[in-house]
Design a binder for this molecule. Structure first.
Ligand SMILES: *Cc1c(COP(=O)(O)O)cnc(C)c1O
Length: 397
């Protein structure tokens, strides 16, 4: 058997590849350069154009573009009216920002367990956690796969809850043919460079609700409004604007908007390639008893952001750390998504303890994400498959 690189063998690749990477073309660079030459370089015409484009892509009536995905979640949590004494249910396997936005609002995050086969928030777990104080749900389309929107919306309707979708992974995904972005009360996107399309840093909230739209728009700029109907002292003086609540500066620049418009023009292309790579991996790994693959629900037509492999401890004589380190040494560098949010020491100090969500904890113990991004070449995909198979063969029980 071939010696693993970690034990001095020859690595599958000479140069490392990582789990995610942006793809910036000359068209993107030209769009940004163009924007930099115009008179307005922040919150100008390109931000408005981007908001119209996001409405087209998502099917939502309104879109507000903001500085990053975390800002989008923050404003959505405030617009939902979450506050002191409220409980908001959130998935336990996600980036911390999904839960942090609940804390920003003053409300208490309540962690729901995941479905052990899809890794998305389990609607049955959500149901069990509802109390008279529950005000909403933050559901994450983890890896890009749509959550069970029908089941979650039904729960929200029954209990009068606001549903926020954290769609940082899922732009381009459809649920029962409908694009993510028009499936929850508010949907939050991130355009960080590891995501499917990027603005460098960027985010957006989409909604069909006009009231929520105007509130988020106002919160993006300090809580200041020019709309007379929102003012306490309305006047039609052209120079007059009024701060009516405490907001933020969460604006995106026009040159970032130019980059994202250009990237969104390529969303279908990006999406197709990501699906193609995910299918190649599925095919290569489906016959391997050492690995457990993520289950796809038929309702989700997924633009895959992450490709997760989960180790089968019955078939492998190693732990996740050993498998991860061995892959890394082969220069196929994985990443782990994610630590259960309540395992972070900050959350521990708030009183959350281990054992809260057994499925999430077991998922975390055995899983990692392998390289998946638009510009990954066929050769790199093959190298990744070879490296995974090499490490699995070495540790096979
Ligand atoms: C990336 C990400 C965010 C945060 O987005 P930023 O743009 O980095 O602030 C939130 N939730 C999830 C699930 C993410 O992956």
């Amino acid at each position: 058997m071939e010696q693993l690189a970690i034990f001095g063998g020859r690595p599958v690749r000479e140069t490392p590849i990582y789990y995610g990477r942006q793809c910036i073309g000359q068209d993107d660079i030209d769009a940004v350069a163009d924007a930099l030459r115009s008179p307005l370089i922040t919150c100008g015409p390109r931000v408005e154009e981007l908001e119209r484009k996001l409405c087209q892509v998502t099917g939502a009536k309104y879109a507000v573009v903001v500085a990053n995905g975390t800002a989008a979640l923050h404003l959505a949590a405030l617009a939902a009216g979450f506050g002191q004494g409220d409980e908001v249910i959130v998935s336990s396997i996600t980036f911390a920002a999904s839960a942090n936005c609940i804390l920003y609002s003053g409300a208490t995050p309540v962690f729901a367990d995941i479905d052990p086969s899809t890794y998305n928030i389990d609607p049955e777990s959500v149901r069990r956690l509802i109390t008279p104080r529950t005000k909403g749900i933050v559901a994450v389309d983890f890896t890009g796969q749509a959550v069970e929107y029908d089941a979650l919306r039904e729960i929200c309707k029954e209990h009068g809850l606001t549903m926020i979708s954290d769609a940082a992974h899922s732009i381009g995904t459809r649920y029962k043919g409908q694009p993510v972005g028009s499936l929850a009360d508010m949907t939050c996107f991130s355009f960080h460079p590891v995501k499917t399309v990027t603005a460098g840093e960027g985010g957006a909230v989409t909604t069909d609700d006009e009231g929520l739209y105007h509130r988020i728009l106002r919160l993006r700029t300090h809580g200041i409004t020019r709309r007379q109907e929102e003012m306490v002292h309305p006047t039609d003086a052209m120079w007059y604007n009024e701060q009516v609540e405490l907001g933020f500066n969460y604006r995106m620049t026009d040159f970032q908007a130019a980059l994202l418009i250009s990237q969104l023009n390529k969303l279908d292309q990006f999406s197709r390639r990501r699906k193609e790579i995910a299918e190649k991996y599925d095919k290569a790994f489906s016959e391997m008893p050492e690995l457990v693959l993520q289950k796809e629900i038929p309702e989700s037509d997924t633009t895959r952001h992450l490709y997760v492999i989960r180790l089968n401890p019955d078939k492998l004589a190693c732990d996740r750390r050993q498998f991860f380190d061995a892959l890394y040494a082969e220069n196929v560098c994985p990443q782990v998504h994610y630590l259960p949010v309540y395992w972070h020491s900050y959350y521990e100090k708030l009183g959350y303890g281990k054992g809260l969500c057994p499925q999430a904890e077991s998922y975390y113990e055995w899983s990692m994400s392998i390289p998946l991004y638009y510009s990954l070449s066929d050769e790199e995909v093959d190298d990744t498959i070879r490296a995974v198979k090499k490490v699995a063969a070495y540790y096979r029980k």
